[in-house]
Design a protein around this ligand. Structure first.
Ligand code: FES
Length: 257
């Protein structure tokens, strides 16, 4: 799909927990060319201090209703300002940006691992992968139960497992300690992950060791979102690559991990 700059209509802005909000944007144009892993660069309006757009990964797309759902976590002034937007407000976005995950084959048995706001593209991927739910394992990690977002709308797309650092939901510890990852990795033909750098590196290195296909969605700092400012560069085996245009999704074998 060609990159487009448009004014979306904000249909809904719902607080999910302390730091996470669900924003549903109505597009005046079809959104049929958007896939999991791609992102949207949003202009933060009504702020004299914030000049740069902010990238947000896409949680869901309703191709018929032409809506895009974003999971917005408050990380700084830009994201905070966006969470204060009201229904009916216009929100300007450039989309779709970046490369998406490679969709699995019908015969694949996949594990999708999300940490923090990295859960968003994992839920979107689980939904549109078109696999039998028994072949989709979704593992989500957070600090505490109160940081997890409600996944009930995605329950039918796979088998969910949770970890929390304080043990308040699911297994205590990190996603890499959970038995569905730590003890069962050879069960999967593909691994997809998005979340904190350390988490993805631990997952990616294990995938390389076990020779399992693995794609990660890097969360490098971004500004322009289309390959101009070079602030998102990642040093890969093929040289320096812009995460915003060559990624954010990379195969771990292409990274220097
Ligand atoms: S964000 Fe500007 S080059 Fe990638």
């Amino acid at each position: 799909m060609k990159k487009t700059v448009i004014d979306f209509l904000l249909l809904e802005n719902k607080q999910l927990n302390k730091d996470n909000f669900l924003l549903i944007l109505q597009s005046p144009l079809p959104v049929s060319g958007i896939f999991p892993g791609q992102f949207i660069n949003i202009e933060i309006k009504e702020s004299t201090e914030i000049f740069l757009r902010r990238p947000f990964s896409i949680l869901d797309v309703d191709y018929e209703k032409q809506t895009i759902s974003l999971l917005v976590k408050i990380l700084g002034r830009g994201s905070k300002k966006l969470t204060e937007a009201r229904s009916g407000q216009k929100i300007n976005g450039i989309f779709p940006l970046g490369k998406s995950f490679t969709l699995p084959e019908k015969t694949d048995n996949v594990i999708l691992i999300g940490g923090g706001s990295g859960v968003a593209p994992m839920l979107f991927l689980a939904k549109i992968a078109g696999l039998e739910p028994t072949n989709v394992t979704i593992l989500i990690g957070a600090r505490s139960a109160s940081d997890h977002v409600d996944i009930s709308a995605y329950k039918s797309f796979g088998q969910f497992y949770f970890t929390t650092e304080d043990g308040s939901l699911g297994e205590k510890g990190y996603v890499t300690n959970h038995p569905v990852f730590a003890e069962n990795l050879n069960h999967y033909t593909k691994i997809y992950t998005c979340g904190p750098d350390l988490m993805m590196k631990a997952i990616g290195r294990k995938a390389i060791e076990e020779n399992i296909f693995c794609e990660v969605s890097l969360e490098n700092m971004m500004a322009c979102g289309f390959g101009v400012c070079l602030c998102c560069v990642e040093d890969t085996k093929a040289g320096h690559k812009c995460v915003c245009t060559d990624g954010p999704v990379f195969n771990v074998n292409d990274l220097k991990w």
